[in-house]
Design a protein around this ligand. Structure first.
Ligand code: RB5
Length: 143
């Protein structure tokens, strides 16, 4: 699996931890930035990640800003992207089981690095249950 990651300045330190965690597990990571604590706009990095999940270049994306809110909002504007704001384990698990989330958004100012890495690991390992949940996903697109 290839994973694309992005963050704004508020998510930058956590993004570095997540990237190292994934690479240690042999996962290929594309990092769209940001690459420092300098203030940037989360929308730019959210678009960079979500567009590549939307067009199928990457199966999964991870986005980190201060809360995860702005990143999840911008990512969910892209067709086929199901971004889950998950700053807790139950949300991360259920976003996979029931919603087949393909982007994980987290808040670098809300949770610690240890929880973030646990969320990432759980989110990657939890399968989609399909069945009635697939039917519901198919009703997500607005005509
Ligand atoms: C940046 O200050 C902050 O607004 C951003 O990281 C994010 O939390 C927005 O949703």
């Amino acid at each position: 699996m290839k994973i694309i990651v992005g963050a704004d300045h508020a998510g930058y330190p956590m993004k570095e931890k997540v990237k190292a965690f994934l690479q240690d597990r042999g996962i290929t990571v594309e990092d769209v930035g940001t690459h420092s604590d300098d203030s940037v706009d989360y929308t730019d990095f959210g678009k960079a990640v979500a567009s590549k999940v939307s067009d199928g270049t990457f199966q999964r994306g991870i986005l980190i800003c201060g809360t995860g809110l702005g990143m999840s909002m911008i990512a969910n504007r892209f067709p086929g992207v199901r971004a889950a704001l998950a700053n807790d384990l139950f949300s991360a698990i259920m976003s996979r089981r029931h919603n087949d989330s393909n982007v994980l958004a987290m808040g670098g100012r809300l949770i610690g690095d240890a929880l973030a890495l646990q969320l990432v690991e759980t989110w990657l390992e939890t399968p989609f249950e399909g069945g009635r949940h697939q039917r519901r996903l198919e009703k997500m697109d607005i005509e």
